[in-house]
Design a protein around this ligand. Structure first.
Ligand code: SAM
Length: 230
């Protein structure tokens, strides 16, 4: 259960300097460290642009960290032990590779809920949801969840779904096709997208499927412009 998890009241209430200290710490003229939260108005602070929902052991975050070193990336994970593991993994990587892996972090949360408490409208450029597979549960409304994803994604931002389960893939494609704010991206675009190879191979799930020589079904959808609300 997640009722004891804490959520920020709004994205403005989230203190990201704790997660990405290198990006939020500036030096003043005396070379003293000053918090950029004190120095910079929130509008010019760097924001999280990649969210890995249900990130598991963090393989994708770690792989993408050095590919896009200036992009802040966040893993969201509901299991306490897994969140702790990833936090320690990132701390170790930071300690062993000076100046690197400063752009990735993890938070423990239920990614099916409260995304708009963490992210502003249009903040996210890359969204990799895992928890969409919980769609089999009866109370769950997939269109509502997709609308929440559409809200946090900027126009042109991409949602990457991948699974080795064909039925699940078809179920996700069906719902994404039906949603007015998503459009499937072409095969050509998929093949040249720099994130795709990592989505295919860097996650722990992806590695498992590879070991078993299983199929992987990938579907990438772009957040499109909406005349009514954008
Ligand atoms: N994305 C990783 C990968 O591909 O290797 C992990 C996949 S694993 C099958 C799914 C992960 O999502 C698990 O670690 C699980 O704890 C997490 N998870 C499931 N439901 C979640 C939720 N509502 N919010 C956050 N994480 C969730």
């Amino acid at each position: 259960s997640d009722h004891y998890l804490e959520y920020p009241v709004s994205p403005a209430h989230m203190d990201w300097s704790r997660h990405y200290p290198e990006f939020f710490t500036l030096k003043n003229d005396n070379n003293d460290q000053v918090s950029s939260t004190q120095q910079n108005p929130p509008s010019i602070q760097k924001k999280v642009e990649f969210a890995d929902l249900g990130c598991g052991y963090g393989g994708l975050l770690v792989a993408l960290s050095t590919v896009f070193p200036d992009t802040l990336m966040l893993g969201m994970e509901i299991r306490v032990k897994v969140e702790e593991y990833v936090r320690e993994r990132i701390n170790a990587l930071r300690a062993q590779n000076s100046g690197q892996y400063q752009n990735i972090s993890i938070i423990r949360m239920n990614a099916m809920k409260f995304l708009p408490n963490f992210f502003e409208k249009g903040q996210i450029r890359i969204l990799k949801p895992e928890s969409i597979r919980l769609g089999s549960s009866r109370e769950f409304n997939v269109n509502q969840l997709l609308s929440e994803y559409a809200y946090v994604l900027r126009v042109g931002g991409i949602i990457y779904t991948i699974t080795d389960v064909k039925d699940l893939h078809e179920w996700m494609v069906k719902h994404l096709e039906e949603h007015p704010l998503f459009e499937r991206i072409s095969e050509d675009e998929v093949e040249t997208d720099p994130v795709v190879p990592h989505v295919r191979t860097a996650t722990e799930e992806g590695k498992k499927v590879e070991r078993n020589n299983g199929d992987k079904f990938l579907a990438c959808y772009k957040r499109i412009f909406d005349n009514d609300s954008d």
